[in-house]
Design a protein around this ligand. Structure first.
Ligand code: MSP
Length: 519
């Protein structure tokens, strides 16, 4: 694998980030970190989507300029991603100068080559979706099914993109590339939507929407959000239809574009059509994740149940974001909806990260110190009955990642932790020590520690801080590539002293966790 380019959706900045936005960035960060364990050149793009009527209206309501609103909220997104250890390579804002210029050039090229034309139009516009809706897609009461708001009747002369011209080519591409849309069960949905697709409006009258990129040579029109927003994936790489860009040559097409299921249509129909019109290859995979609900209800401002990701870290006094990352990433199988609840969060991370994984390391290292003063003797290294399962798990995890099954891969890692716990229980090193079978006792402990190194490596994308604490105590090099992992990781000699053993994850809500976070 020479390179891996992955992107997230870019978030609207009419509000602050919530845990739905965070879910996507966490999933993508985990994918990025996993592929960095397999490939030297991973490029991870995220950012914010800053134009359109929604932002214009929110700014007006707050009595500030749209740019002020964007600056303020884009910073909140950056701060949140920083708090969640989202290790992106680039953050694009659609108000960045280079982006705006290239979007104008893209629009101009499509206009000149006849893919964009001017047309008078009357339609139903939902500013929540930032798109026109068909009457048949509305609820019985005539509301947008996603935003439960009545769309506005808009009568304008707009520029239109000839989406219909690309319909057959897109259907063909989807049918010939079964992995293009992930999960595959969504591909049929997209094909059905393609059946009655029409040309789409790609500009709005300036008299209605001022907060947008100007159409070159037409002062009356501004470029409408989707052609602007979707282009971010290539403008971020320095795409210019007239000049080649080194980054484009290196990274495009994207290996995976991670988005929510609500914007799959834009990414699997509009975006491929724009790319075909620009004569660019299509991304390899569009991965549509499901939605996160809160206590099984849709998150919404009106219900007052919107949760910010940083508030979760604060309310549980978490030292780092690992538990939240792990919980979110494993909240739903690939492409399905997930749920957040405080109680479930506590229960799951305490069970998996503190009790199963953290305690296993802690107990094993403590026994190594108690019985052998922390020293690994040469005779402790032996054939490891856990090796097959552990190395098999590495393969299974890789396969899951290749299908963007992040929760499923997480489950495999925990099942390896469970197997290691069972091995300790079955072999009872404390009994072996009591019976003075010291070599066997040492062998059991070192077998587990060797596997803990593999576990640290596999859990790293989800829990980078915990993994690095584990690796430190195991003297294991966490930068080892997955393909180079073996079951022989612990070196002969002194491994650890009593004072260097520390729990890698304290139970959420425990007194200790409380004290340590307050320090
Ligand atoms: N700006 C557009 C995307 C343009 S991409 C070229 C947009 N923005 S958004 O802020 O509304 O959503 C950003 C991403 O967050 C989307 O992928 C969306 O699906 C995701 N989520 C927003 N709310 C969500 C949940 N409650 N749960 C999971 N993801 C959700 O759409």
């Amino acid at each position: 694998m020479e390179k891996f380019y992955l992107t997230t959706a870019i978030d609207y900045v009419n509000g602050a980030p919530h845990i739905g936005h965070a879910y996507e960035k966490i999933l993508t960060d985990i994918i990025a970190r996993h592929y960095r364990q397999r490939c030297d050149d991973v490029y991870f793009l995220t950012g914010t989507d800053e134009h359109g009527i929604k932002i214009q209206k929110t700014a007006a309501a707050q009595g500030i300029t749209p740019k002020e609103l964007c600056d303020e909220n884009a910073q909140k997104f950056k701060n949140a991603w920083n708090a969640l250890d989202i290790d992106y390579n680039k953050f694009i804002r659609t108000t960045d100068d280079y982006h705006e210029k290239i979007v104008q050039k893209i629009f101009d090229k499509l206009l000149k080559q006849g893919d964009i034309y001017k047309h008078s139009y009357e339609g139903l516009y939902c500013s929540g979706c930032e798109c026109f809706l068909n009457a048949k897609d509305l609820t019985e009461d005539g509301l947008c099914p996603d935003h439960l708001k009545k769309p506005e009747v808009v009568k304008e002369e707009n520029y239109f993109f000839k989406l219909t011209k690309y319909k057959d080519a897109i259907i063909k591409h989807i049918k010939e590339h079964p992995g293009f849309i992930v999960p595959e069960f969504r591909a049929n949905e997209v094909i059905n939507q393609l059946e009655d697709i029409q040309d789409i409006s790609v500009s709005r009258a300036k008299s209605n929407v001022q907060w947008g990129i100007d159409v070159l040579g037409d002062e009356e029109q501004s470029i409408y959000v989707w052609i602007d927003a979707l282009s971010n994936y290539i403008t971020a790489l320095g795409y210019d239809n007239e000049n080649p860009s080194e980054m484009m040559n290196k990274y495009w097409p994207a290996d995976v574009q991670v988005i929510g299921k609500d914007i799959l249509k834009f990414h699997s129909i509009y975006w491929p059509a724009f790319l075909m019109a620009l004569d660019l290859p299509l991304p390899k995979h569009i991965f549509a994740h499901g939605w996160i609900t809160i206590d099984e209800s849709k998150m919404s401002k009106s219900l007052g149940n919107v949760i910010s990701p940083t508030s979760v870290l604060e309310s549980f006094n978490l030292e780092h974001p690992d538990a939240f990352r792990y919980y979110m990433a494993t909240s739903a199988p690939c492409g399905r909806d997930g749920n957040y609840s405080d109680d479930d969060f506590k229960e799951k991370v305490n069970a998996h990260l503190a009790n199963s994984m953290g305690n296993l390391l802690n107990r094993t290292l403590s026994m190594l110190v108690k019985y052998f003063d922390g020293e690994v003797k040469a005779e402790f290294k032996c054939e490891n009955p856990l090796a097959k399962k552990a190395l098999g798990t590495v393969q299974i995890v890789k396969n899951h990642f290749d299908n963007f099954e992040i929760a499923e891969a997480g489950q495999e890692i925990i099942s390896l932790v469970d197997a290691a716990n069972k091995y300790v229980q079955d072999n009872a090193p404390w009994t072996l020590a009591k019976e003075e079978k010291m070599t066997e006792c040492g062998q059991v402990l070192v077998n587990v520690l060797d596997i803990m190194c593999i576990i640290a490596s596999l859990i790293y994308p989800y829990c980078p801080n915990i993994a690095s604490d584990m690796a430190k105590q195991l003297s294991f090099d966490l930068t080892t590539k997955l393909d180079e992992l073996t079951a022989d990781n612990i070196k002969v000699g002194k491994l650890i002293s009593k004072e260097d053993i520390k729990p890698v994850f304290l139970r959420v809500d425990s007194e200790l966790a409380d004290k340590s976070a307050k320090k």
